[in-house]
Design a protein around this ligand. Structure first.
Ligand code: HEC
Length: 132
């Protein structure tokens, strides 16, 4: 009798542990695809933002426009920067008073679109990486 009760207790205990283990696993598996999906969508979202904010100077396909923005393909400056550095660069821009300015034309902070968030800039950087 005593032994059966003990076994029942063990069985219930095992069920509880299994249930907790199961819910942990399921919450992990739901988190992973949504994170991954965000990254995959990043470059596409970045391209949309680029088209609405940056193409006026850098061209429809980021090929650059003479006398305005530079070509973003195979761009040595972009290749030399980390993602975090590029986000800061785009946020700050590079005015004509900056000794590093190469064109004598202003690159305005956030391309002149102050509504862009850090996460938007990160998506734009993801897009720029597809051009290198
Ligand atoms: C008003 C015109 C203008 C707009 C709008 C603009 N840029 Fe620029 N951008 C420039 C110019 C000019 C330069 C080159 C600055 C220099 O002479 O060093 C530049 C340089 C850059 C560079 C450095 C690459 C290089 O060749 O020096 C990056 C990266 C860049 N822009 C990204 C962007 C992004 C992303 C956007 C949109 C959010 C944007 N720009 C919008 C004018 C613009």
């Amino acid at each position: 009798m005593k032994r059966t009760k003990w076994l029942m207790f063990l069985a219930v205990f095992a069920l509880v542990v299994a249930a907790c283990g199961y819910s942990d696993t399921s919450s992990n598996t739901t988190a992973a695809p949504s994170d991954g999906g965000g990254d995959v969508g990043g470059a596409a979202h970045g391209q949309e933002l680029f088209k609405s904010t940056c193409t006026g100077c850098h061209g429809q396909n980021a090929e650059g426009i003479d006398g305005l923005g530079t070509d973003m393909h195979d761009n040595e400056f972009i290749q030399s920067q980390s993602n975090a550095d590029l986000i800061v660069f785009i946020a700050v821009g590079r005015s004509t008073t900056d000794p590093d300015n190469t064109t004598g034309v202003d690159m305005p902070p956030k391309g002149g679109n102050s509504s862009l968030t850090d996460s938007d800039l990160a998506d734009i950087v993801d897009y720029l990486r597809t051009l290198q």
